[in-house]
Design a protein around this ligand. Structure first.
Ligand code: HGY
Ligand code: MN
Ligand code: MN
Length: 418
């Protein structure tokens, strides 16, 4: 592999991570820690975007915002016509986030550009740093939204019409926050895409490693389930006269855990992250229940079977005044990453003297969308505290973050000189 290994300024990277984490910061009662809440296209997300745009512009990058609010910042190459090498991630967060999820990939890309400029290093291909919109999917209901539009899986108009729980649309929020860009919604196929992200799980830490080469992303299935029953008096209504939507919801939650524990669906993971009953009052039998089901599985066939068996179970709950409806929110199959880009990453890590391992991603990432239009792969950075994430306790050390971006810098330059 050509090009000597590049090391970035880990202190400067860390300062940008901590400064960005101040935006949308809140005191988390449960952990006593400072968490981050920058849901997509909220004022906090917009403020975080503006901070990073300022840094990208200071770094001399040519910057544009596309119709999905994706921010594309380009460092020119010596061959302006060459397809770029792209890196990046997301700045939007879940409501109980830490400082690293997505941010490490974006600010790591910025740090790579700053380092190349300091060293006077030019590359043949342009290098682009991208901020994708609504990667988390927790506000508008489907994850990797911005990158899915950029790669063509989701049409722009469909994305713009998605609404949050208050009925506010993506399109309206893009306009309100000033990120309704123009130009093409679809990316021209890059030469390659490499994203650095925290692992968000325990694997690297348990192996005693700082970085990992990501082989792909497991399948993701999100659906909303709505159960309707009948409101009734909690005191006067005998059991046989009840159509209790809350009981049906509880049965679904327990059934999902039984499906996971029975091990009949491979390495299935199931989560009911949202669960609400209506009218949500002490002395009224719930007339309606809403819940979301998040299924993950590395094996597409096992995932399909789990979905089918869950659908059969939902059907079995219908009757005696209970009805059940479902709405598909998100669905992506297992996505394998490009073997050659993985080798470039592994060689870069090796040239930095870093032991490494290959691992599948349990979380969804923008890289899985970019993999549809170009060779793509990821670098994982170990997380502490069992790699907990989507929790303010999320933490990766300054050293591990710096090592991950050292590998990113080295891999990007080598790919950009191909
Ligand atoms: O849901 C996920 O896996 C990612 O955090 N969007
Ligand atoms: Mn993420
Ligand atoms: Mn996340």
């Amino acid at each position: 592999m050509t090009g000597s290994p590049l090391t970035i300024d880990g202190d400067r990277l860390w300062r940008t991570l901590m400064e960005l984490a101040e935006i949308g910061a809140y005191h988390d009662e449960r952990t006593g820690l400072r968490g981050v809440n920058r849901l997509a296209l909220t004022d906090a997300d917009a403020e975080g975007r503006r901070l990073v745009i300022g840094w990208l512009r200071e770094a001399g990058l040519d910057l544009r915002v596309d119709p999905m609010g994706n921010i594309i910042a380009r460092r020119p190459g010596t061959d302006a016509d060459a397809a770029p090498v792209v890196t990046g991630s997301h700045l939007d967060s879940v409501a109980t986030a830490g400082a690293f999820d997505g941010c490490l990939g974006v600010l790591g890309g910025l740090e790579v550009v700053r380092t190349l400029d300091e060293r006077g290093i030019s590359t043949r291909r342009p290098i682009e740093v991208v901020v994708f919109t609504e990667e988390e999917g927790v506000r508008f209901g489907t994850d990797m939204l911005g990158s899915a539009v950029a790669a063509g899986r989701i049409p722009l108009a469909v994305a713009h019409d998605l609404i949050d729980r208050d009925g506010i649309s993506v399109g309206a929020e893009l306009t309100r926050t000033g990120f309704a860009g123009d130009g093409p919604a679809r990316f021209d196929p890059p030469h390659a895409y490499v994203e650095c992200h925290i692992e968000q799980g325990p694997v690297l830490a348990r192996a005693g490693l700082s970085v990992g080469v990501v082989t792909g992303v497991q399948g993701i299935s999100w659906q909303q389930v709505t159960i309707t029953g009948r409101a009734a008096h909690a005191g006067t209504t005998p059991t046989e006269l009840r159509a209790d939507a809350g009981i049906a919801a509880a049965r679904i939650v327990l059934r999902l855990r039984e499906m996971v524990d029975c091990a009949g669906y491979g390495e299935l993971r199931a989560t009911v992250g949202h669960l609400a009953v209506h009218p949500d009052l002490t002395n009224i039998v719930p007339a309606r229940a809403e819940l979301t089901v998040d299924l993950r599985n590395p094996d597409d066939e096992q995932m399909a079977r789990a979905e089918a068996d869950l659908a059969d179970y939902l059907d079995s709950l219908v009757g005696s005044g209970i009805t059940v409806s479902t709405r598909r929110m998100a669905r992506t199959a297992h996505v394998p990453f490009d073997a050659r880009v993985q080798q470039v990453i592994a060689a870069a890590a090796g040239d930095h003297g870093l032991d490494q391992m290959s691992l599948l991603s349990g979380a969804g990432h923008d890289a899985q969308e970019m993999a549809a239009i170009c060779p793509a792969a990821m670098i994982f950075v170990r997380g502490e505290y069992d790699g907990i994430s989507h929790n303010p306790r999320e933490y990766s050390t300054p050293e591990a973050c710096a090592r991950g971006i050292d590998v990113l810098a080295t891999a990007l330059v080598r790919l950009a000189d191909e």
